[in-house]
Design a binder for this molecule. Structure first.
Ligand code: 13P
Ligand code: SF4
Length: 331
């Protein structure tokens, strides 16, 4: 059967982009993506927009429409310099809020407002105020996976890529570290600063078990296991390397392990495998249902309608921006 002429034209236009993802997106599936990819890349020009995509976005977003990719820290840093009128955040809501804090004059779009995060849901601004009353004078270090209201109650933010550095920058012998209990315990192992944690967890990383990792090692001789610090402590202890999503990516790109198991969200392996063909990726797949709410279809709709746009109460924004900027000032 002959292809619809519009689809055939779109397929021809985006054919070079398919070359980037052909090892991770089957040829049969590509026509479903091609028209969206063509339309989004046109809309970016007419809207003077950039797309920031987190490392957990699917390959057709990550490799075919994103302008800037990375972990939470890189996206926050690069949001500061975004030379555009419109920023589309292909990631979760707290990432879009951070981009808006750093670009108050720009339109920041999150293609699905329901793209949340179990860590951000685990704590409220009132909880932080209660913690401060319980531990008077102790500074609050807040993982960026939180709402803007929680950031506004904090002294400084951190990401999984700079948490130890941020904790040690405060010169305090004790800090309140919220909301990820497992990241807090990972940080506590690497510093003499006393860490007062909160009991928040990532619903994706908390599901991995050390037993699962050890079973993978038994089944795959010579396997290198690398894990995100949102995993439980016994999983981190069973890993060969622990780091943020960008640090995990760097590890694979520079060390080129023969076989690697990335203990994190599924799309990470796909996105790296699209570029690197001499590493075998063993995939224990835990999807983040929030990251997966972002699709080519809703990115296109966002660019067409300039909705949903992130808006932040100005009083909250001033205080939250201070916490994010103090983090960014630490090198
Ligand atoms: P990174 O900052 O390491 O990209 O982590 C963000 C995140 O949500 C991990 O689950
Ligand atoms: Fe939040 Fe976990 Fe999803 Fe990251 S993977 S956005 S921490 S729920």
């Amino acid at each position: 059967m002959a292809l619809n002429p519009q689809i055939a034209a779109d397929l021809a236009r985006v054919a070079p982009l398919y070359q980037r993802v052909k090892t991770v997106i089957p040829e049969l599936e590509w026509p479903v993506h091609a028209s969206y990819v063509a339309a989004i890349n046109d809309l970016k020009k007419t809207r003077n927009a950039v797309i920031l995509a987190h490392n957990y976005q699917t390959p057709e977003i990550f490799h075919c429409v994103a302008d800037i990719t990375g972990d939470s820290l890189a996206l926050a840093r690069k949001a500061v310099d975004a030379d555009a009128d419109v920023i589309v955040l292909a990631g979760v809501h707290f990432m879009a809020e951070t981009a808006k804090l750093l670009n108050p004059e720009k339109t920041v779009l999150i293609p699905d407002v329901a793209a949340g995060c179990s860590l951000a849901e685990s704590i409220t601004a009132a909880d932080v105020r209660a913690l401060r009353r319980q531990h008077p004078g102790v500074p609050v270090v807040t993982y960026v996976n939180t709402s803007v209201e929680v950031k506004a109650e904090s002294d400084i933010c951190c990401t999984s890529g700079n948490a130890v550095e941020v904790v040690e920058s405060l010169g305090s012998d004790k800090v309140i570290f919220i909301p990820d209990e497992y990241l807090a315990s990972y940080v506590a192992e690497q510093t003499d600063v006393e860490i007062i944690p909160w009991q928040g967890h990532c619903e994706v990383h908390e599901r991995f078990t050390a037993e699962e990792l050890n079973n993978f090692r038994t089944g795959h001789e010579g396997l290198t296991v690398i894990a995100h610090p949102e995993c439980p402590p016994d999983v981190l202890a069973a890993a060969d390397f622990v780091g943020s999503t960008a640090q995990m990516q760097d590890f694979v790109v520079t060390k080129r392990p023969e076989k690697v198991l990335m203990v994190t969200e599924c799309s990470m392996s796909d996105n790296i495998a699209a570029d690197i063909h001499d590493v075998e990726f063993i995939r224990p797949c835990n999807l983040c249902p929030h990251m997966k709410k972002i699709t080519l279809a809703n990115i296109q709709r966002s660019l067409e309608t300039l909705q949903p746009a992130v808006e932040i109460d100005p009083d909250v924004a001033v205080r939250a921006r201070g916490a994010v900027e103090r983090m960014l000032a630490i090198g």
